[in-house]
Write a protein that binds this ligand. Structure first.
Ligand code: HEC
Length: 152
């Protein structure tokens, strides 16, 4: 029995070691990738900071990776969240969104933040969550911003 456990343990270890060599692509295009979005939407420095430290990691082409993001399988899991987040809403592709899509995404944003769905729970465990006043500031800004894209 003991020797089976030893073998299984060794196998798990070997698999874990091999996994470290399979590295998902990094999402690090640089902050230039959010420039178009910020020039068009003109966030105040405060809003900019809120977005940068709570949302851009999964909703832009620039992620700030924590140290544990280098460790498989955590790296696979983070990469999956980033891909999925960007697929739904990516400020680095703002230029390609139609006004209708922009308005719709902003509408979704208000809903997600109001309901506490965003940032994802798995992210807030390690990064902390938005404070209530930050939520309010963000939502007010987005509500105002939507006027820009709403059809007359
Ligand atoms: C850890 C990654 C992560 C972080 C951080 C994050 N999101 Fe998301 N976001 C996702 C994923 C994954 C989805 C798609 C699945 C879902 O809706 O739960 C999503 C969906 C969304 C959507 C919905 C888009 C649509 O079309 O339905 C909006 C809007 C959004 N996020 C806004 C935000 C905002 C604003 C923040 C910061 C306050 C934020 N997210 C932080 C991963 C993240």
């Amino acid at each position: 029995m003991k020797s089976i456990l030893k073998k299984v343990g060794l196998l798990v270890l070997v698999v874990l070691v091999i996994m470290q060599f399979i590295r998902p692509d990094r999402n690090e295009a640089g902050y230039e990738s959010v420039a178009y979005f910020e020039i068009e939407t003109k966030p105040t420095p405060e809003i900019q900071a809120i977005l940068k430290s709570n949302c851009y990691d999964c909703h832009s082409n620039q992620t700030i990776y924590p140290w544990y993001a280098n460790i498989a399988p955590v790296s696979y899991w983070l990469s999956h969240h980033i891909d999925e987040g960007k697929e739904h809403f990516n400020v680095s592709e703002w230029e390609q969104y139609s006004d209708k899509k922009k308005d719709h995404k902003l509408d979704e944003l208000i809903e997600e933040v109001e309901e506490g769905e965003m940032p994802l729970d798995s992210y807030t465990w390690t990064h902390g969550n938005l404070e209530d006043d930050e939520k309010e500031i963000l939502i007010n800004w987005v509500q105002n911003l939507r006027k820009k894209y709403k059809p007359n």
